[in-house]
Design a protein around this ligand. Structure first.
Ligand SMILES: *Cc1c(COP(=O)(O)O)cnc(C)c1O
Length: 369
């Protein structure tokens, strides 16, 4: 059985990608420049944002977005504990104090009631970072209402959700800014590290552009303190090619998901899609008690699975006993991490492969009855 990955995505567009890379090599221009500006324009158009700013990776994108939105050292920033540790690392890289919020059981994204409790206990927050985990958007209408009530900026972590819609509106257009990762396995993947920030306010965009390069407005003179996190023009050229296929790839991911939905046994819990939301299935995540046993069974049958993530961030050695969280605890995050399993997901995953995975899961549930 063939489990497609980033190499297969490259092979599917090899000629165009090779030509794009050769164009940059021949141009003699290897930092920022036309290729990066063109990708920024094209990505902003894809998302429907006011502007886009290419950065070195998705983690840096969050740091740049937080700083451009006015988050300063010592400020508090609320996010979920059930996320890539990158989200929380970025908040601390910006000098801020993370506040960890629980998730909603059905969509596995930020729970607005837990967000309110956490903000009340902490005396508010400068910013809120909802995470569109697995490609399903966080409950943005509710989160925007909380942000308004508490006077917080919203910065979306859209690393796993290029092209997803929340209540009919694209992710990356809800908050003041959003960060998208273009890590090779993401829905829009580069051939190395890359990321892009979208903004809904031209002034925030201007600040983000300053922050990504030492705060330079004029070369060598820093207007504000910044960092070095530029998008590489070779990666920008690759991403321009891949952006042309992103919508079609997301549609293929939805087809794979629909097949899993139809074929998996009732005993495992399928992902839920909220009404009016569009999921882009960065991951297809099922839930079951005895998850480790199912993962072992699938491994024996040659099916690769993953657990994203095995522990919520508040239980990592680096953060536990140190980072503030919902005063009621984070029971849903803990339960979800114990029971989730990511099945193979890729736009090029064959029909037969999906059927085979579902059949192995069904075998496992029958054996356990
Ligand atoms: C991948 C990811 C990031 C970090 O992106 P990098 O490009 O790897 O720095 C941040 N948040 C989430 C939810 C991610 O999945």
């Amino acid at each position: 059985m063939n489990w497609p990955g980033p190499r297969d995505s490259y092979a599917a567009q090899r000629n165009d990608i090779d030509a794009a890379i050769a164009r940059v090599l021949e141009s003699g221009w290897y930092i920022l420049g036309d290729e990066v500006s063109a990708f920024e324009r094209e990505f902003a158009q894809f998302v429907g944002s006011v502007d886009a700013i290419g950065v070195g990776n998705g983690t840096d994108g969050l740091v740049v977005a937080l700083r451009a939105c006015g988050v300063r050292p010592g400020d508090s920033v609320a996010t979920v504990s059930h996320t890539a540790v990158a989200t929380v690392a970025a908040i601390e890289m910006a000098g801020a104090r993370p506040l960890l919020v629980d998730i909603d059981e059905t969509t596995m994204t930020m729970d607005p009631a837990s967000l309110r409790r956490t903000l009340d206990a902490a005396g508010g927050a400068q910013a809120i970072v909802p995470v569109h985990l697995y490609g399903h958007p966080a409950p943005m209408p509710e989160i925007m209402a909380v942000a308004e009530a508490y006077g917080s900026s919203v910065i979306e972590d859209a690393a796993q959700a290029h092209g997803a819609l929340a209540a009919g509106r694209p992710v990356g257009t809800w908050g003041r800014a959003a960060s998208f990762s273009c890590y090779p396995t993401k829905n829009l993947g580069a051939l190395g590290d890359a990321g892009v920030v979208t903004v809904m306010d031209a002034q925030v965009g201007e600040l983000a552009r300053l922050v990504r390069q030492y705060g330079w407005r004029e070369r060598y003179i820093s207007d504000i303190p910044g960092v070095n996190s530029r998008l590489d023009p070779i990666q920008a050229a690759v991403l321009r090619v891949k952006l042309g296929r992103l919508a079609a790839d997301n549609a293929l991911r939805r087809q794979v998901a629909a097949r899993y939905d139809a074929l998996l046994p009732a005993a495992v819990q399928r992902p839920t899609v909220r009404d009016g939301f569009e999921h882009v299935y960065h991951q297809y995540v099922i839930r079951t008690d005895d998850r480790d046993d199912l993962a072992g069974h699938l491994r024996k049958e040659g099916v690769p699975t993953a657990v994203l993530y095995p522990e919520p961030v508040h239980r990592h050695p680096a953060y536990r006993d140190r980072v503030a969280s919902d005063p009621n605890g984070l029971p849903v995050s803990e339960e979800v991490c114990r029971t989730l399993l990511c099945l193979p997901m890729h736009p090029l995953l064959a029909r037969e492969a999906v059927a085979k995975v579902a059949a192995h899961v069904a075998d496992w549930t029958r054996k356990r009855q």
